[in-house]
Design a protein around this ligand. Structure first.
Ligand code: COA
Length: 334
């Protein structure tokens, strides 16, 4: 008899954000910008910035988000056999954030590694765990998206420092014979476009009101305008690819959870896909762009706000440095 392929179900979600709020008004004191420009051009009103010594390192944020997801999943950390973390801002070059978190969680039976795929890191990580579960090499996995982009921001570049922020989101996935869960994940990259968003040797200028943040020796460079146009096209096409692959239409999607990079990108994608904004989750006004963390934070909030019911289809779409982009459809199982 043919062996049934297991399905990957999300059974827990969690998130963690730093306490320190950086408002648009605060940014007016750092670069030549205005609250009005930032809200109109990006939709961001405030964002969270981690502070050294506040248990808000990449490892700390990841651990806090993971503990919440594990609690919701009602499993023991010892039953995790895989930890995958999507990040580009781990606390150390090595070991991986995943290994640091493995120690913090006492998840001694897991294999742990990081994935570097820019803001698409969470979807890449989710796909790794899904593949391992479908192959039967993994039963329970912890998948995290975390970044502290404040540590690589050029705080003198008004085109980027107003956008980026810190946070972590996590899900626990498990293998089950029941239909549903992750229906498919579609990932792409185009290395020819790496220069649209990359890290460069950087200055370490720290604005006065942000003394105490943890800065890395490089900073982010971005061609925002060109990236914007690519993002809208790629997000729309990969979302349609995922829908077609599963013989679904946009009417079947209960909630679109997009990467939170710019409200204008999100609105353009919602228009292209013909999904009303009422079925699109956004929290960019509160958190800005938290890179790999943006989808799992949004998912955790939607889940805890009871916006998802068992059987609902949830569509994730993301893009980021690489370029990388991707989409995934989940039939909600909690
Ligand atoms: N405050 C005030 N003015 C600003 C500003 C700021 N924070 N940032 C840029 N500007 C200015 C520019 O200098 C430019 O001025 P100029 O016309 O005198 O040269 C003007 O605003 C328009 O700049 P432009 O870059 O064309 O604006 P935009 O409408 O493309 O918006 C972004 C800029 C960055 C908000 C937008 O391009 C974007 O969101 N891109 C995608 C970024 C992204 O998603 N990155 C993450 C990928 S994961």
């Amino acid at each position: 008899m043919a062996k049934m392929m297991p399905h990957t179900h999300i059974i827990g979600t969690g998130s963690s954000i730093p306490k320190r709020i950086l408002s648009n008004k605060d940014l007016e004191g750092i670069v030549d910008t205005t609250d009005e420009w930032i809200i109109q051009r990006t939709g961001i009103k405030e964002r969270r910035i981690s502070v050294k010594g506040e248990r808000e390192s990449t490892t700390d944020l990841t651990t806090q988000a993971s503990v919440k997801a594990i609690e919701m999943a009602s499993i023991s950390p010892k039953s995790l056999d895989m930890i995958v973390v999507g990040t580009v801002t781990g606390d150390r070059m090595f070991p991986s954030t995943a290994c640091m978190v493995q120690e913090a969680l006492n998840a001694e039976n897991a294999m742990a590694f990081d994935v570097s795929a820019g803001c698409t890191g969470f979807l890449y990580a989710l796909s790794m765990a899904d593949n391992a579960i479908q192959c039967g090499t993994c039963k329970n996995a912890l998948v995290v998206g975390v970044d502290r982009l404040s540590s690589v921001v050029n705080w003198q570049d008004r085109g980027t420092c107003v956008l980026l922020a810190d946070g972590a989101g996590a899900v626990v996935v498990t293998s089950a014979t029941e239909q549903g869960g992750i229906l498919s994940t579609h990932l792409k990259s185009d290395g020819k476009l790496w220069e649209l968003l990359y890290s460069s040797d950087g200055n370490n200028h720290i604005p006065k009101i942000l003394q105490g943040i943890d800065i890395k020796p490089f900073h982010l460079r971005m061609d925002g305008n060109r990236l914007f146009k690519r993002a809208v096209g790629y997000l729309s096409s990969i979302a349609n690819e995922a829908l077609e692959h599963n013989s679904l239409t946009i009417k079947d999607i209960g909630l679109l959870v997009p990467h939170q990079a710019n409200i204008r990108i999100i609105k353009a994608v919602s228009k292209n896909l013909y999904i009303p904004m009422e079925r699109v989750y956004t929290n960019i006004h509160r958190y800005g762009n938290t890179s790999s963390a943006s989808i799992p934070i949004a998912l955790d909030e939607a889940n805890r706000e009871n916006m998802l019911s068992k059987g609902d289809h949830v569509l994730f779409v993301s893009f980021g440095a690489g370029l990388t982009w991707g989409a995934s459809i989940v039939r909600w199982s909690i």
